[in-house]
Ligand binder design. Structure first.
Ligand code: AMP
Ligand code: ZN
Length: 472
């Protein structure tokens, strides 16, 4: 498999540490709020990587952390902890906030058909490991203390600092960081290994350490947990593109300073989901779209998965509602085409790997996956096979079942039995048809939204208004 390594800035053949196996670490969500669909683009990409590798025969161990402490509002390691901010916003304890949004995250994860990681680790369960890593760095002379603030990593002592993002980029950060520079820092790029609790206020999440009461720096979390579960050097480390210049750069510095070994052999990054006028989707702005809102607006979450599948992960993806409508149609049509291949009752269902000539499709699918996770191409293979009448239906069916192991679109999900609508819902459907006929589009849109909220999707076709229940 060839993958694009941010570290070397080129596509490389993946060479594992252990033959046939891959250890993958993926930075998880910061659970002070819901994950937005931008975050989920990165998680869908990582899910596709894991599914694709398993499909290609690799034994994969995926580790994902939950950041439930220490991610500060400012990247300069100043400002409030996002968890404490969330707790204040909601009038709950930081622990309750973490629990609530972790559960919400996995509900979204599942709705988007992402496979549960092999290890999920919450930062608050690994504070001892983080302290141990900090002590190793201290012993090796990489850290210094800023009174009343914390223990910092001196980036000038790590000669390769910034190799992931490129020196130029780091210089840019150094320039920018000067404006909000933390007075006590020796270099603007230095970052917290351990932060002290402020004496004047009681933190909800804090631990004793050899340096004083406080909490771990955000970057320390991923280094300590990744090493614990994947060893001092791992195969692949994933995250969104925003992590290149700071979070992953700092993970590399502290991990490699501590062990003297490469931390990860391949660094992979998903480009952002952006919203036209608003730019990147951001949690801190408070305005964002979540996965759980999609069904409330009448969309199948897997239509969003399909939306993501259409664009390569190394290209920015712009979100629009029109695009999501188109993805909804695309997914429905592909499912319809797939279902048409399923034999009538009584016929024997084909199973196993497709034989020739559908084997050509299988080879194309593998080639797409092996070429830097080219999922749009994999999706195109599925479409082509679904439509190729020259190949027997049974073989195309067998192929699509294989392809769906990677795509995760539930192409064969049984459509819900379209029972007659309850009278109350039927009345709404009829009222909408009447409003449309009377060209009262405002009212017809309102009724459409009301129906969608109740699980009924209406669509205007050339044959008139059609309704269906939203697939669960
Ligand atoms: P966070 O919860 O902020 O720690 O982010 C979780 C993951 O989502 C990280 O891998 C981020 O890099 C990624 N991420 C954040 N914003 C976006 C976005 N707009 N599009 C894609 N990925 C994102
Ligand atoms: Zn991380």
């Amino acid at each position: 498999m060839r993958i694009y390594n941010t570290l070397t800035r080129r596509k490389e053949e993946f060479r594992p540490i252990k033959e046939g196996e891959a250890g993958i670490y993926t930075c998880g969500p910061t659970v002070y709020n819901y994950a937005h669909i931008g975050n989920m683009r990165t998680f869908i990409t990582e899910d596709l990587q894991v599914r694709a590798m398993r499909f290609l025969g690799w034994k994969v161990k995926r580790v994902m952390n939950i950041t439930d402490v220490g991610h500060l509002v400012s990247d300069a390691d100043t400002g409030e902890d996002k968890m404490e901010q969330g707790a204040r916003r909601e009038g709950k304890s930081a622990w309750d906030v973490a629990k609530f949004y972790t559960e919400a995250f996995f509900a979204d994860f599942k709705a988007l058909n992402c496979v549960q990681p092999d290890v999920v680790c919450a930062a608050t369960d690994y504070v001892k490991e983080m302290i141990d890593l900090g002590l190793t760095l201290e012993k090796k002379g990489y850290t210094y203390r800023i009174d009343g603030d914390g223990i910092y990593f001196d980036t000038s002592k790590f000669p390769d600092y910034g190799k992931l993002a490129g020196k130029k980029h780091i210089e840019g950060i150094q320039e920018g960081a000067r404006i909000e520079a933390n007075e006590g820092k020796r270099n603007p790029t230095d970052f917290a290994v351990w932060k002290f609790s402020a004496p004047e206020e009681k933190r909800q999440m804090e631990w004793d350490s050899p340096w004083g009461k406080g909490f771990p720096g955000w970057h320390m979390e991923c280094s300590a947990m990744a090493m614990k579960h994947l060893g001092e050097t791992m195969d692949m480390h994933w995250g969104g593109e925003d992590h290149v210049a700071i979070h992953h750069t700092n993970e590399i510095a502290q991990s490699e300073a501590a062990t003297g070994k490469p931390f990860a052999n391949y660094w992979l990054h998903a480009r952002f989901l952006v919203t036209g006028d608003a730019g990147k989707m951001s949690k801190s702005s408070g305005e964002f779209l979540t996965t759980s809102l999609l069904p409330k607006k009448g969309y199948d979450p897997l239509a969003y998965r399909y939306y993501c599948l259409q664009t390569h992960y190394r290209k920015q993806l712009e979100f629009t509602w029109e695009g999501l409508d188109a993805a909804t149609k695309g997914l429905e049509r592909l499912r319809e085409a797939a279902r048409r291949l399923v034999p009538e009752k009584g016929d024997t269902m084909p199973h196993g790997v497709p034989s020739s000539p559908a084997a050509k499709y299988l080879a194309d699918l593998k080639a797409a996956l092996e070429d830097d996770l080219n999922i749009p191409q994999a999706l195109a293979c599925a479409w082509e096979a679904a439509r190729d009448e020259a190949v027997p239906a049974a073989e195309r069916l067998a192929f699509l079942k294989e392809a769906d192991k990677v795509l995760g679109l539930e192409l064969f999900a049984a459509p819900k039995a379209e029972a007659d609508l309850e009278p109350e819902l039927l009345a709404l459907v009829e009222a909408r048809a009447a409003a449309r006929k009377a060209k009262d589009f405002k009212r017809s849109d309102e009724l459409r939204a009301e129906l969608a909220a109740k699980g009924v999707l209406v669509e205007d076709t050339s044959a008139g208004q059609k309704w269906r229940r939203r697939p669960s």
